[in-house]
Ligand binder design. Sequence first.
Ligand SMILES: CC(C)(COP(=O)(O)OP(=O)(O)OC[C@H]1O[C@@H](n2cnc3c(N)ncnc32)[C@H](O)[C@@H]1OP(=O)(O)O)[C@@H](O)C(=O)NCCC(=O)NCCS
Length: 172
Amino acid sequence: MDPSRISLRPFKLSDVDDFMVWAGDDQVTKHLRWKTFTSREDALNYIKDVCIPHPWRRSICLDDRSVGFISVMPASGDDIHRADMGYALAAKYWGQGIATIAVKMALGCVFKDIPHLVRLQAMTNVENRASQRVLEKAGFTKEGVLRKYGFLKGKINDLVIYSFICTETLIN
Ligand SMILES: CC(C)(COP(=O)(O)OP(=O)(O)OC[C@H]1O[C@@H](n2cnc3c(N)ncnc32)[C@H](O)[C@@H]1OP(=O)(O)O)[C@@H](O)C(=O)NCCC(=O)NCCS
């Protein structure tokens, strides 16, 4: 995959049909908290009400067409130094290094975009080896397994937790 074809940008309402391709696929949403989208109208409302106002959510684009998302959600209050990362990619493009490139691109800008951010963390289901490999290849450190931590689609799962620390914003 030529990395110059990949970009991260804010969502647009005009992404809706491309969005439906991956957000409407059970394989993609299996490890996400969201339900699989079945209606274009729901997808349009979700882009408008959730993706666009989100503190830091980007469309992963291939030749400027939406093929996935990556988001960083900062914690609040005294924990604004910490944020959680999530991502997904259209199944058609799995295994070509795109998610790893997208995570690396996010690392290149999110610490500038979100003031005070020091720790970026990501949690994946223990069975989600592909996502764990993405984080490892992007330079995250595996910290351990959180037992029976995450509730997802009717099941309580063990999650692997990874972190990436930005030493430049480290204030103490
Ligand atoms: C996780 C996901 C984003 C990975 O995207 P991707 O572009 O295929 O990832 P990459 O190609 O950059 O890297 C995938 C790595 O996982 C490996 N991998 C894929 N499936 C695997 C499996 N079942 N077991 C072990 N490794 C696996 C690949 O071999 C590759 O590693 P390598 O480069 O060392 O060979 C994609 O599978 C996805 O969207 N999944 C559904 C949503 C999801 O799980 N999101 C994360 C929630 S925490």
